[in-house]
Design a protein around this ligand. Structure first.
Ligand SMILES: NC(=O)c1ccc[n+]([C@@H]2O[C@H](COP(=O)([O-])OP(=O)(O)OC[C@H]3O[C@@H](n4cnc5c(N)ncnc54)[C@H](OP(=O)(O)O)[C@@H]3O)[C@@H](O)[C@H]2O)c1
Length: 377
């Protein structure tokens, strides 16, 4: 078994923490001896034991000479859990407490270094104790499963994904606003899987008024994300699902700073809804960059799925706020309707937002495009 084979398995088990570990990273770990996996572990939920300790505890065979393969650098600090480096070094201890380099875990293979300055130093500590450490195996894949964590821990802001179901000619709804359903069942299932993966789903006021969405991952198994609604003037009535259903305590209403101090905001707070006040731009829109900073820092939200509608998606694209964009393109044409980029107006080809394809595939009858922004280097 190669290091890459073992890392692939570690990446696979890391996904068991999906939707449960935030704001921590998803981490997977396998222990390999004599060319086969003898144990595996993962970080299962926030505050729970780390993947390395999980794998060590689950091992039912001797660890003598074993290799640990882990997607993220073992932590070297006391957080909610003691340092993983301690647990690894404990496998090398003689009964008198001194370290014996020939005992226990002999080699550690790490997918990527921990970008969290507090947790760093694990690799060096293991090396000082005589453990051979290899860094960077399937690093791109390890970074991808932890892209939310990496962005949040390095910038304080959530990783923002845009998502839209569009017709072949780029509309997210008919002229009258009908959008259910442009995409098919498989595309909707994938969109729900995204909801289950992120910390929060965001929509504009018009989408709430038109569709009264639930925003939960009903077509897949997964926990309910936080729901963020943009409502500058607090004009939405309390009868919409996001404001009155049993998950309303997970709803965040973003509004102007002024309205956040109003009695209407207090009425929302009495229902357990979080109200966040942000600045209003000269165009009369909520400053979403400021909103993302606030929810990243104050509510530890590491990822947001922006589901629309057109005004909100266009705003995010125009202001360079999306880190990733999922488009489900249905084989249907509308001719007229609400354009997915309605509020975007590129002045020239040079200034038009450009994207690169990350993945391109089918979702039932629809095409599923995953795009990453081309940012000036
Ligand atoms: N096919 C799809 O994937 C999909 C997904 C979602 C929605 N839809 C459809 O999209 C339509 C609604 O889209 P829409 O474009 O009319 O409205 P929208 O984007 O849902 O909501 C726009 C409203 O959000 C508020 N807002 C606050 N800050 C904003 C900001 N920075 N940028 C943009 N909006 C901000 C504004 O209302 P205030 O000034 O009152 O705050 C604004 O009028 C519906 O027909 C719905 O069915 C389709």
């Amino acid at each position: 078994m190669t290091d890459a084979d073992a890392m692939r398995r570690a990446l696979h088990v890391a996904l068991r923490g999906t939707g449960k570990v935030s704001p921590n990273p998803r981490v997977g770990c396998v222990l390999v001896r004599d060319g086969r996996i003898i144990s595996e572990g993962w970080h299962d939920h926030y505050g729970g034991i780390h993947a390395e300790v999980h794998a060590l505890r689950r091992a039912s065979e001797s660890l003598e000479g074993a290799t640990m393969v882990v997607t993220l650098e073992p932590c070297n600090h006391h957080g909610k859990q003691p340092p993983c480096t301690d647990a690894i070094l404990a496998t090398k201890q003689r009964p008198d407490g001194t370290l014996d380099p020939s005992r226990g875990i002999r080699r550690v293979v790490v997918g990527m270094r921990d970008p969290n300055p507090q947790a760093q130093g694990g690799i060096e500590r293991l090396q000082q104790a005589g453990i051979e450490v290899t860094v960077g195996v399937l690093e791109a894949e390890c970074r991808w499963i932890n892209r939310f964590f990496v962005k949040h821990v390095t910038t304080g802001m959530p990783y923002v994904i845009g998502k839209g179901a569009i017709s072949l000619d780029g509309f997210i709804a008919t002229r009258e606003g009908q959008s259910q359903w442009i995409s098919g069942e498989e595309a909707r299932r994938r969109a729900h899987a995204l909801r289950a993966e992120v910390d929060a789903v965001l929509v504009g006021r018009a989408t709430v008024e038109r569709d009264n969405p639930h925003l939960g991952p009903r077509l897949v198994r997964g926990r309910m994300p936080r729901r963020i609604v943009l409502d500058t003037g607090l004009r939405l009535s309390m009868n919409y699902r996001v404001l009155c259903d049993e998950h309303r305590m997970r709803t965040i209403v973003a509004t102007s700073r002024e309205r956040a101090e109003s009695s209407a905001a207090d009425a929302l707070r009495r229902e357990g809804i979080t109200v966040v006040g942000v600045s209003v731009t000269s165009a009369g829109r909520l400053a979403l960059d400021e909103l993302f900073v606030t929810i990243g820092k104050e509510l530890s939200i590491t990822s947001v799925l922006v589901e629309g509608g057109a005004q909100v998606l266009s705003w995010c694209i125009e202001h360079g706020l999306l880190d990733e964009l999922h488009l489900f393109v249905a084989p249907m044409m509308l001719g007229q309707g609400i354009s997915f980029t309605a509020a975007l107006s590129a002045q020239s080809l040079q200034s038009a937002p450009r994207w690169q394809y990350h993945a391109l595939g089918r979702a039932g009858d629809d095409t599923h495009l995953i795009l990453l922004p081309q940012r000036p280097s």
